[in-house]
Design a protein around this ligand. Sequence first.
Ligand SMILES: Nc1ncnc2c1ncn2[C@@H]1O[C@H](COP(=O)(O)OP(=O)(O)OP(=O)(O)O)[C@@H](O)[C@H]1O
Ligand SMILES: [Mg+2]
Length: 250
Amino acid sequence: MSHHTTIRIEKVTLHSREKSSPKTILDDISFTSPAGKITALLGPSGAGKSSLLRLMCRLDDPDEGRIFLDEKDISDIPVLELRLRVGMVFQIPVMFPGTVRHNLEIAQKLCRTRECMSTEGLLDLVDLSDDYLERQAENLSVGEKQRVQLARVLVSRPEVLLLDEPTSGLDVMSAERIVNLIKRINKETGTSVVLVTHLLEQASALADYVALVSEGRLVREAEMKGFLKWAKMGKFKLAALMSEARNERN
Ligand SMILES: Nc1ncnc2c1ncn2[C@@H]1O[C@H](COP(=O)(O)OP(=O)(O)OP(=O)(O)O)[C@@H](O)[C@H]1O
Ligand SMILES: [Mg+2]
């Protein structure tokens, strides 16, 4: 794929729909995820990372602000088309009943006019052998399901990949495998990636660019190198913030 896509978040605000507990989930957030690059959406638990990711494929719409794919407002793109162009990989993989092959074929049917990937060689891209095609998807391990989910999303050759904590719940080895896969897919296909993570180590190992969010606000966006320097200079209590996030999870 030669076309690289930029995602631009412009003054996005999202309020809670719960009447009993009104709350601003995202507060006037703006940043740009550069075309063909991996952007880490970094922040502690409850910062609003998943909420923001959901807006990027219109699982929700913001109350204010706009989101652009290149120069096009995503609310002007038919939702089905958008979801083929912007593939979302959820934290907890959900498989359709049936074989892995069946799971991939469902994704192919949804492609309609868009040129989709064939099942052959697709699993190789996510580091699974073709033997998996005939396996029952629901019987796979979480790590295997995560990879099948990724393959299923890749069927439509998305320009943008949204990944919500793709390695949570995985052991170190499997997590490393997923991290390498994401890198490889980004390199080989030029797909722009927005990766949600609360792990600074993962962000720094993977991402070219960072958007740091906390309590629904953008704290900083920067190239990774500059970001790490800034974090080291202690301008923001990043380590404390992140370990707080970790403790909450454990
Ligand atoms: N549909 C909703 N209705 C009400 N509040 C919500 C809704 N979705 C999210 N929130 C609240 O918005 C805040 C941000 O949630 P979000 O899931 O985006 O955080 P996160 O950064 O992804 O956290 P985590 O790292 O734990 O996944 C939280 O306080 C959450 O309780
Ligand atoms: Mg989340």
